[in-house]
Write a protein that binds this ligand. Structure first.
Ligand code: PLP
Length: 470
């Protein structure tokens, strides 16, 4: 039997998943009952796990940053489902977001605009104006956005609250764990943030009465779980903040945002490569200690005290990843004996919906929704239904299963649905939110009609042509 997968999934789920007589439950709801009600493929998120994760992350940083307030601004991109954003709003969380769509979700979720950061490169004037009108903060990625923010402030008659996104460059030989790319190259070329060359010019924002510059921000990305690199980068961010303070005649930030990039402990990242044994990621408490300790060192070495400054943090994967599963139906078991014996479990889902598998070489633990009482384990390749190679699990040791049985891909609450695409015009799955014994549809599945609704035929193509000349 697939002990390792099942043990990974259930034991590591921090109580979100359990089994009763072999039947998988998420909170108090049997997963097969969810599929009966909402059909598969299906994303299922646990409300209590989301609340618990959010509180744990906040508590970890509060412990590590006792000298000031801690604000958590979850990355909306990781899972923009409105109901999830509402849960986080109720928890007093803010939002790190990109673009007009994510801003709209945050507003509808009821997130306090003062806790919203409009981030991202290439911001447009209309979105900046909406953010300023709402009282949200604009995280400046380029000096051009300072001009746009000033214009927006004048247009809406409200001072614009800005934070400057910095680009700390940290020399390291470390490589991205899963892909081997040198991390220093990524730090040096990643597009986001105001280049060092433009920081002096950006300081002109300080004298514009329609603008208020209140903070600095960085995002180190999830390139490594090596705490020495994460610490080094955090320290460099502190030093760079102090350099900016010098450049700007002694200005200091009220808020300091360390971004996201924290791996959840049950992280599928990079595991699709069987030769790569990923290190166990640090706990969020360790991340918080290392980031805060080194940030403090960097700031104080440049003469900036930390007392009373607000720390901000933008978790994505670490917050949403552990809160969800994706359920698929086994459609067919296909076998060959030549050129070598091989078995495929063909499912009704796809890597297009579990996009972390191809994008991040992820390998979420996959486990049967019902464990048979007897039977032998088999090594199978679990595949999806798109025309891509669609390998969902390269080699999974699973019970002998048959068409109609269900599989759960665990800890898939971050980025999968958000990145899902419609190749082969496959409609994207629904999302259900479970709370105790209750389950609510919070995002319906797409229909084929949804997928065709944007298409129109011009007049000269309105009629089907029969007997066309070649
Ligand atoms: C600015 C910013 N903050 C936070 C995040 C969240 O990162 P993660 O999901 O790795 O925690 C991202 C992700 O790309 C980001 O770009």
């Amino acid at each position: 039997m697939s002990e390792s997968y099942d043990a990974d999934a259930v034991a590591l789920s921090d109580g979100m998943l359990r089994r009763e007589s072999g039947r998988l439950l998420i909170e108090d709801v049997p997963v097969d009952a969810l599929v009966e009600r909402f059909s598969a493929p299906l994303f299922v998120l646990s409300e209590s796990t989301l609340r618990r994760q959010a509180r744990r992350i906040r508590a970890a940083f509060e412990r590590a940053w006792p000298q000031g307030e801690v604000l958590v601004l979850p990355a909306v991109k990781a899972n923009p489902v409105l109901a999830l954003q509402r849960v986080l709003a109720q928890e007093g969380m803010g939002a790190d977001l990109v673009g007009a769509g994510e801003l709209e979700v945050a507003v509808r979720a009821g997130i306090d605009p003062a806790l919203i950061s409009l981030n991202g490169t290439g911001k447009d004037r209309a979105t900046i104006e909406r953010a300023v009108a709402l009282g949200a903060r604009v995280t400046i990625d380029d000096v051009r956005e300072i001009e746009l923010s000033a214009a927006a402030a004048c247009a809406v008659g409200k001072q614009a609250n800005l934070r400057i996104r910095l680009r700390p460059y940290y020399e390291t030989d470390a490589r991205m764990e899963a892909f081997g790319t040198p991390i220093a190259d990524v730090y040096g070329t990643y597009k986001s943030g105001v280049p060092y060359d433009d920081l002096a010019e950006a300081g002109r924002a300080l004298s514009a009465p329609e603008l208020r510059v209140t903070g600095v921000m960085m995002h180190m990305g999830r390139y490594t779980t090596d705490l020495s690199v994460i610490g080094g980068y955090s320290r460099r961010f502190g030093e760079l903040t102090a350099e900016v303070s010098d450049l700007w005649g002694g200005w200091t930030p009220d808020t300091i945002d360390v971004g996201g990039g924290f791996a959840p402990q049950i992280d599928g990242f990079g595991r699709a490569d069987p030769s790569f044994i990923p290190p166990v990621p640090p706990s969020i408490e360790r991340y918080a200690e290392v980031v805060c300790e080194n940030l403090t060192k960097g700031l104080t070495s440049g003469g900036i005290g930390v007392e009373g400054r607000t720390l901000e943090v933008e978790p994505g994967r670490a917050l949403f990843g552990p809160c969800g599963i994706h359920v698929a139906t086994l459609l067919n078991v296909k076998r060959q004996t030549q050129p070598f014996p091989f078995t495929w479990y063909e499912t009704d889902t796809t890597q297009l919906f579990l996009s972390e598998i191809p994008d991040e070489a992820g390998r979420p633990p996959v486990t049967p929704v019902r464990l048979p009482e007897t039977g032998t384990a088999v090594d199978v390749r679990v595949v999806g239904r798109s025309c891509m190679s669609d390998v969902l699990a390269r080699t999974a040791t699973l019970p002998a299963m048959s068409a109609g049985d269900l599989l759960a891909f665990c800890f898939t609450g971050a980025y999968n649905d958000a990145n899902a695409s419609n190749l082969n015009l496959l409609p994207r799955p629904a999302t259900v939110l479970v709370n105790g014994a209750q389950a609510h549809l919070v995002r319906r599945a797409e229909s084929i009609e949804d997928l065709l609704v944007r298409d129109t035929l011009p007049d000269h193509l309105r009629h089907t042509f029969t007997g066309a000349a070649r």
